[in-house]
Design a protein around this ligand. Structure first.
Ligand code: ADP
Ligand code: MG
Length: 312
C-alpha cells in the first residue's frame, strides 16, 4: 500500500447472484482530498461504498482504507471511517440531541463525553436551535446534517458520503457543499458519490465517472471537459423563420428551444465562430444574441457514454 492514498481499490468485482455490478473498479484517493464517484442510478456507486465500509463482501480485487485491508482488517477500517448513506439513519421520534447522544454511547463514549460531543456537533452543524425537537419535524437538509454529524462523532479520517444532497432543495445543497468544504479544510479524506455533475465540479479534486460497474473516465473537472474537445455556441434568433434559415445554412444541428440553435465549436473557437457567423450572414440571417458555453460535465457524460447522465 502507498501511504499517500487514503483509499486504494484495484480490480474490485462484485456480483449479486448472476449479475455482475462491479466489473473491475480501480480507484485511488489521496489523503485530504475528495474523490467524486459520478454516475447515474444503478452505476454501482452504493455497492462500492458499502464494500469499502465493510458492510458488504466482494468477489475479487483488493481494497484498502486508511491502510487497512477491507477484507481482512475490517475493524481497522471501521475505526477509520464515517458513513452517511443514501437514506438517513436517524430515529424520527427522538430529538436531534437524543439521536447524537445515543449514537455516541454506541461508539462507547462515556455519558458526559457523549453529551458534550453531541452539543458540539449540533452547534457545528447549525442544529443547536432544533436540538430538542423530534427529528420527524426536521427538514430534509437538517436530517442530512444530523446524519453527517453522527458520522463524525468519532472524528474519522475518512468519510464516505453516498449521494449526500440527493433530494435536497438548492439552498440545503449549497449548505451541505459548504460543510463538505470545511471538512476537507480540516484534513478529512472524502469519497462522495453523486449523480450531479455540478456537485462533482464544485467539490471534487478528482472525478471518477462510473457507468455500468466500470470507471469510464477519470480526471479533474477541467481535464474531463477537455476530453469533450468542443464548446457550444448558442445562438438566439428573432423568429422561427430565421431559425429555419440558420438551420439550412449551418447543416445538421437541432433546434434547442423555440428560437435557439446550438452549434459545436472547437475549444480554441475564434475562427470556428467566425465561420458560423459568415455562413449565417451569407444566407441573410443574423442572430439576436450569441453565447459561447464551456462544456459541462453533462457534455462529458454524453461524449463518454453516448447518452445523457442518468438516462439508461
Ligand atoms: N442487494 C441487491 N441485490 C441485487 N441487485 C442489487 C442489489 N443492490 C443493488 N443491486 C443492483 O446493482 C446495481 C448497482 O446498484 P447500486 O450500487 O445501488 O448503484 P448506484 O448506487 O450507483 O445507483 C443496480 O443494477 C442495482 O439494481
Ligand atoms: Mg446509490
Amino acid at each position: 500500500m502507498d501511504p499517500g492514498y487514503a483509499i486504494e481499490v484495484s480490480g474490485l468485482r462484485k456480483s449479486y447472484g448472476a449479475v455482475e455490478v462491479l466489473k473491475g473498479v480501480d480507484l485511488r484517493v489521496e489523503r485530504g482530498s475528495l474523490l467524486a464517484l459520478l454516475g447515474p442510478n444503478g452505476a454501482g456507486k452504493t455497492t462500492a461504498v458499502r464494500i469499502l465500509s465493510t458492510l458488504l463482501t466482494y468477489d475479487g480485487g483488493t481494497a484498502t482504507v486508511n491502510g487497512y485491508d477491507v477484507a481482512t482488517q475490517a475493524t481497522g477500517v471501521r475505526r477509520s471511517i464515517g458513513l452517511t448513506g443514501q437514506q438517513t439513519a436517524v430515529d424520527g421520534l427522538l430529538t436531534g440531541y437524543e439521536n447524537l447522544v445515543m449514537m455516541s454511547r454506541l461508539f462507547r463514549l462515556r455519558p458526559a463525553a457523549a453529551r458534550a460531543r453531541s452539543r458540539e456537533l449540533l452547534d457545528r452543524f447549525g442544529l443547536s436551535d432544533a436540538a430538542d425537537r423530534q427529528v420527524k419535524t426536521y427538514s430534509g437538509g437538517m436530517r442530512r446534517r444530523l446524519d453527517l454529524a453522527i458520522s463524525l462523532i468519532t472524528a474519522p479520517p475518512v468519510l464516505f458520503l453516498d449521494e449526500p444532497t440527493t433530494g435536497l432543495d438548492p439552498r440545503s445543497r449549497g449548505e451541505m457543499w459548504q460543510t463538505v468544504r470545511e471538512l476537507l479544510a480540516g484534513g478529512v479524506t472524502v469519497l462522495l458519490t453523486t449523480q450531479y455533475l455540478e456537485e462533482a465540479d464544485q467539490l471534487a479534486d478528482q472525478i471518477a465517472v462510473v457507468d455500468g460497474g466500470r470507471v469510464v473516465a477519470e480526471g479533474t473537472a477541467t481535464q474531463l471537459k477537455q476530453r469533450v474537445g468542443a464548446e457550444r455556441l448558442e445562438l438566439t434568433f428573432a423568429d422561427q423563420r430565421s431559425v429555419g434559415a440558420a438551420l439550412t445554412a449551418l447543416g445538421a444541428d437541432q433546434p434547442r428551444a423555440d428560437r435557439e440553435l446550438t452549434v459545436s465549436v472547437a475549444v480554441d473557437h475564434a475562427s470556428d465562430v467566425k465561420r458560423v457567423l459568415d455562413r449565417l450572414a451569407d444566407s441573410g440571417v443574423r442572430p439576436e444574441r450569441l453565447f459561447v458555453a464551456e462544456p459541462t460535465l453533462d457534455d462529458v457524460f454524453l461524449t463518454l457514454t453516448g447518452r445523457p447522465a442518468g438516462d439508461r
